[in-house]
Design a protein around this ligand. Structure first.
Ligand SMILES: [Cu+2]
Length: 127
């Protein structure tokens, strides 16, 4: 008869331990997104003035999987087109184009002002 309460106590301890274990696991899982968010994205900027790229055609490099935020400021309205990834954003004076993406494709890719056919940047992604 004395054995039963002891077993119950052991069961209760195991239960507490497993709940504590779950709590710990949950804590570490929630730490992962925080760590991912803490990884800084590459912030690239291209400025177009009077139909020309300030500083010439910009060359950017990234590693596969990196987060990139490309901002294009222009005093002319146009469409920014990132080839390969095939992402487009409108740009106009006072409203920069912002293209946020993950570098999932490797290779060299042009960034162009689509309507003018003006190459403004080149992106190289390595694995
Ligand atoms: Cu294009």
């Amino acid at each position: 008869m004395k054995l039963v309460p002891r077993l119950a106590l052991v069961a209760a301890v195991v239960l507490v331990a497993s709940v504590a274990g779950t709590a710990t696991a949950t804590g570490s899982v929630s730490a992962v997104p925080a760590g991912t968010a803490g990884t800084p994205a590459l912030a690239w900027r291209v400025t177009i003035r009077a139909g020309r790229v300030v500083g010439g055609v910009q060359r950017f490099r990234a590693r596969k999987g990196q987060r990139i935020v490309l901002t294009v400021v222009s005093n002319l309205a146009d469409e920014v087109h990132l080839h390969g990834y095939d992402l487009s954003r409108l740009v106009k004076p006072g409203t920069p184009a912002r293209i946020a993406f993950s570098a999932r494709l490797t290779g060299r890719f042009e960034v162009e002002l689509e309507r003018r056919g003006l190459r403004i940047a080149e992106l190289e992604v390595r694995s």
